[in-house]
Design a protein around this ligand. Structure first.
Ligand code: ADP
Ligand code: MG
Ligand code: ZN
Length: 504
C-alpha cells in the first residue's frame, strides 16, 4: 500500500472542506488492584510477576468487578455531566492477539456505565468550545509485547516476541466523544484542548495520574472531511494511541491535509487505523478497520450486571471537586493574572504547586514568580516536570518569606533554591550552610559604602553635584564588596545620604 500522498496546505484544505472529529481517550485508573482480580497494578515490577489465573485467562478462573474502578468510572461520568446507567453489563470483545491471553477483552459495548455528557474546553483565544460526550465505559488493558531481534522493534523482522501480562487487566475507562463538528480550522486545537482539559479533570478527580508520557492516558484521533456546507460525514481514519497533547494536535492537522489531498485528487478515503510518527508528525496506514460484528460482542456471562445504587451515585455527585475550568477562572481572578498567563501556568503544570505554595503562606505574586521563573527554567533545563523537581511548595513559601522579611534578596534567594535543588537541605539549612544572608548590619554596610565612595571619587562628585543616576556605579561597587549579600535599595539610600543627595 502506498502511503506517500502529497499533502494539501492546511489553509487550502480548510477552504474546501469541513473537518469532523471523534476522540477516544483511554485512561488507566489508579486503583490498587486490577479490574477483575486482586493482582497489583504497581508499575515497574518484574515481567509477569503480577498475574493470576483470572488475568491470564486460565480455564475456570472467575472474574470479580473492582468496586473502586466502578466508583472512579461513575465519578468521571458525573464530572462529564453524563447520565449514569441504572443497570449495565460487561461484554466480551473477541479477538485473538497474544497480548490478550483470554482471547477476548472484557469491555462494555452497548451498555456503557455513563453516556450523553459534555466537556467545555478553553481555546487559545480565550473562548470556550463544548465537546459532547457519547459515552464513558469500563474495560481492561492488554498486556505488552516486545518484539526482539529485528531492527525496528516491530513484529516484522523480529526473531521472537516477549509478553508481559502485568498490564493485562488494569482498569481502563474509555471516553468517546460524539462527532465534533463546527470547529473548522480550529479542529486540531480543539482536539488538543479537549485532551488537556480531560486530563485536568481526571487528575482533579484523583482517579488517575493521567501521565500521557507513561501511557496512562492515550488518545485515538478519528477524523474525516466533508465538502464545505455538506451534512453527510465523510469516511474517517482513526490514528491510534497518540500519547502527547502536541501529537494529538499534529495528528489531526496531518490527517486534514492528507484527507484533503486524497479527496481533491478524486480518490476515496479507506476506513482504517493509522500510526502516528513523532519524528515528522505524519501518519501511516495501520490495518483496515474491523466492524463491530468482527468482534462478535456478547454479554459477559461470568459477571453480574453493574447496578449502582442511586444513593451512591448521588453521594458521589456531592463530593465532586470544582471543575478545573471553573477553578482556573476563580484562581485567575484571585491571583490577578491574564488569561494568557493562566494558560502558561496550566501548561507548565504549575497550578497545584502555586496553590500549595500560597497555602503554605506565600503571597500569590511570589509563588507564581518562583514557580514560573527560576523553577520553570530549571525544570526546562533538566527536561522534567515542575512537580518532579526536588523542592516542595513549603520550601518555596519559606524562601518567599525570607525575601519578604528582608533576610534574602532575589539573588541570594536563587542561590538558596539552587542549594535545595542540589539536596543541601531545607531553605534555612542552605542559608546557614552557605552563609547566605543579606548584610543588614548597618555598621558593616556603612563601612562598605564609605569604601566605595573613597574608591570612586569622580563618581561620588557627580552624585554630590545632583546626578543621582550616577549612584548606580557606587551601589554596584558595594554589592560586589558584599558578594551580593546587601539589600540594594538600602545601599542606595545610604550612599545618597552620605553624599547629601536626595533620592527623589
Ligand atoms: P470505533 O470503536 O469503531 O472506533 P467508536 O464509536 O468507539 O468506534 O468511536 C468512533 C469515534 O469517531 C467517535 O468519537 C465518533 O464520534 C467519531 N466518528 C464517528 N463517525 C465519524 C466520522 N465520519 N468522522 C469523524 N469522526 C467520526
Ligand atoms: Mg475506535
Ligand atoms: Zn490477576
Amino acid at each position: 500500500m502506498t502511503v506517500t500522498t502529497e499533502l494539501v496546505p492546511y489553509e487550502d484544505a480548510l477552504a474546501s472542506f469541513d473537518p469532523v472529529m471523534g476522540l477516544e481517550v483511554h485512561v488507566e485508573l489508579g486503583t490498587r488492584t486490577k479490574m477483575f482480580c486482586g493482582c497489583s497494578t504497581a508499575l515497574g515490577a518484574e515481567p509477569n510477576s503480577q498475574t493470576c489465573p483470572t488475568c491470564l485467562g486460565l480455564p475456570g478462573a472467575l472474574p470479580v468487578v473492582n468496586a473502586s474502578a466502578v466508583e472512579s468510572a461513575i465519578k468521571i461520568g458525573l464530572a462529564l455531566h453524563c447520565e449514569i446507567a441504572e443497570w449495565c453489563r460487561f461484554a466480551r470483545k473477541n479477538y485473538f492477539y497474544p497480548d490478550m491471553p483470554k482471547n477476548f477483552q472484557t469491555s462494555q459495548y452497548d451498555e456503557p456505565i455513563a453516556f450523553d455528557g459534555y466537556l467545555d474546553v478553553e481555546l487559545e483565544d480565550g473562548t470556550t468550545f463544548r465537546v459532547e460526550i457519547e459515552r464513558a465505559h469500563m474495560e481492561e488493558d492488554t498486556g505488552k509485547s516486545l518484539h526482539v531481534g529485528g531492527a525496528t522493534g516491530r513484529i516484522h523482522g523480529a526473531s521472537h516476541s516477549l509478553l508481559d501480562y502485568n498490564r493485562a487487566g488494569i482498569p481502563l475507562i474509555e471516553i468517546v466523544t460524539k462527532p465534533i463538528v463546527g470547529a473548522g480550522e480550529r479542529a486540531p486545537e480543539v482536539a488538543r484542548a479537549y485532551v488537556a482539559e480531560l486530563r485536568e479533570l481526571i487528575k482533579a478527580l484523583g482517579v488517575s495520574d493521567a501521565r500521557m508520557e507513561m501511557g496512562q492516558m492515550r488518545c485515538d484521533v478519528n477524523l474525516s472531511l466533508m465538502p464545505k456546507g455538506a451534512q453527510k460525514f465523510g469516511t474517517r481514519s482513526e490514528t491510534k494511541n497518540v500519547n502527547s497533547l502536541r501529537s494529538v494536535e499534529r495528528a489531526a492537522r496531518f490527517e486534514v491535509q492528507r484527507h484533503a489531498a486524497v479527496l481533491s485528487s478524486g480518490g476515496t478515503i479507506v476506513q482504517e487505523t493509522r500510526h502516528f510518527h513523532e519524528e515528522d508528525g505524519s501518519t501511516t496506514s495501520g490495518r483496515t478497520k474491523e466492524e463491530a460484528e468482527d468482534y462478535r460482542y456478547f454479554p459477559e456471562p461470568d459477571l453480574v450486571p453493574v447496578a449502582p445504587a442511586r444513593a451512591w451515585v448521588d453521594e458521589l455527585r456531592t463530593v465532586l471537586p470544582e471543575q478545573p475550568l471553573a477553578r482556573r477562572g476563580r484562581l485567575r481572578a484571585e491571583w490577578d493574572v491574564s488569561a494568557h498567563d493562566m494558560r502558561s501556568i496550566l501548561n507548565a503544570g504549575a497550578i497545584d504547586l502555586i496553590v500549595a505554595t500560597i497555602d503554605a503562606g506565600a503571597d500569590a505574586t511570589a509563588a507564581r514568580k518562583w514557580w514560573m521563573g527560576e523553577l520553570a527554567r530549571r525544570a526546562n533545563e533538566e527536561a522534567v516536570e515542575l512537580s518532579a523537581l526536588p523542592i516542595t511548595p513549603a520550601d518555596v513559601a519559606r524562601v518567599a518569606a525570607l525575601v519578604k522579611e528582608g533576610s534574602l534578596n532575589d539573588k541570594l534567594a536563587r542561590q538558596v533554591i539552587e542549594g535545595v535543588l542540589a539536596g543541601e537541605g531545607a531553605p534555612d539549612e542552605v542559608v546557614e550552610a552557605r552563609g547566605l544572608k543579606v548584610v543588614s548590619d548597618e555598621g558593616a554596610l556603612t563601612a562598605a559604602v564609605d569604601d566605595a565612595i573613597a574608591g570612586n571619587p569622580a563618581v561620588a562628585d557627580k552624585v554630590r553635584g545632583g546626578k543621582v543616576a550616577a549612584a548606580g556605579a557606587l551601589v554596584g561597587a558595594v554589592m560586589k564588596a558584599t558578594k551580593g549579600q546587601a539589600d540594594a535599595a538600602r545601599v542606595k539610600e545610604l550612599i545618597l545620604d552620605r553624599l547629601g543627595a536626595s533620592g527623589s
